[in-house]
Design a protein around this ligand. Structure first.
Ligand code: NAI
Length: 308
């Protein structure tokens, strides 16, 4: 198993670090355009092996795609992150060019790779990568819902003063402050609906906090977050590499599922060695369906800004 992470910034490096600690691959390549950064970070990470006890050695590469040859899974995190006050959507201009170029280079050396897109605006970048590459839709997956769901579970756990491990919940729809849909109706604490523990007002606050979860952190830190994004990306990579068949909300190309066509958006999918293997069809309420429709409109209008 060989995994490449493109972009050795905050999210890319954290993702690679998580992957090597779990020994998910024999080879992990970290690639960045910035001279020396991926090599330096890889060596720094490898120096934790003697302390933490793992055997996978990460290899850095300054824009040399030859080193990524034969990768089974590739994670794309290259691109600008948002600054305080920015929306993910404002990143489209610069990141579209980066994601397009990276996807081309990756497929030249790893034509069979499963590609996970993290760069924002993620739903549109996933759509772009799919349209430009023409690869099988099952091999292109956008990471967003896994992170948003982790934030949702965390806010629920904080509101209930319980462990996030006992909370189940999902966020679907677009990966944007106004487009994501925390499914409060379906969230549970050890199988019991969270509405038994929290008032409608408390649930509304949890949903609202979840939706601006990324922006809250960007305001506090001064740039976009990386620990939870890196862990959420690991969830996707691990389920694929170990063929775990976890159900994870991911941005995938819809062709009629959830009433949408020709768009990449967050829906629950089964992740295994084939990439996203199938969409899980939740029976949404009318209000949830309407929210999904509205979210799709916003994602579609963002896709309209692409020159394909
Ligand atoms: P960062 O600025 O720390 O790292 C980005 C890295 O990409 C830099 O090291 C840069 O040199 C590299 N890069 C730029 N152009 C490149 C190219 N053509 N080839 C190779 N490397 C290139 O940014 P950070 O915080 O790691 O975020 C990365 C992206 O992920 C951003 O677009 C951010 O908005 C997005 N993001 C998405 C999340 C999601 O849930 N989908 C969560 C968090 C961040």
């Amino acid at each position: 198993m060989k995994i490449t992470v493109v972009g050795a910034g905050a999210v890319g490096a954290t993702t690679a670090d998580n992957i090597i600690r779990r020994e998910l691959a024999e080879e992990v390549v970290l690639l960045d355009i910035k001279e020396g950064v991926s090599e330096g970070k890889s060596l720094d990470m490898y120096q934790t092996a003697a302390l933490l006890g793992f055997n996978t050695r990460p290899v850095g590469s300054t824009n040399d795609y030859e080193k990524t040859k034969g990768s089974d899974v590739v994670v794309i995190t290259s691109g600008l992150p948002r600054k305080p006050g920015m929306t993910r959507e404002e990143l489209i201009g610069i990141n579209a060019g980066i994601v397009k170029g990276v996807t081309e280079n990756i497929l030249k050396y790893s034509p069979k790779a499963i590609i996970i897109v993290v760069s924002n605006p993620m739903d549109t970048m996933t759509y772009l990568a799919l349209k430009e590459s023409g690869i099988n839709k099952k091999r292109l997956i956008g990471m967003g819902g896994a992170l948003d769901s982790a934030r949702f579970k965390t806010y629920l756990a904080l509101a209930m003063d319980v462990s996030p491990l006992d909370i189940h919940g999902m966020v679907i729809g677009g990966h944007g402050d106004t487009t994501m849909i925390p499914l409060t109706r379906l969230a549970t604490y050890n199988g019991i609906p969270v509405s038994r523990f929290l008032s409608p007002e408390q649930l509304e606050k949890v949903a609202a906090d979840t939706m601006v979860g990324g922006a809250t952190l960007t305001k506090l830190i001064g740039t976009s977050a990386w620990y939870a994004p890196g862990a959420a990306t690991l969830l996707l990579v691990e389920s694929i590499v170990r063929n775990q068949k976890r159900i994870v909300p991911c941005s995938v190309y819809l062709n009629g599922e959830y009433g949408q066509k020709d768009i990449c958006m967050g829906v629950p999918v089964v992740l295994g060695r084939g990439g996203w293997e199938k969409v899980i069809n939740l029976r949404l309420s009318d209000a949830e369906k309407a929210a999904f429709e509205k979210s799709a409109e916003a994602v579609r209008s963002m896709n309209g800004a692409l020159t394909l």
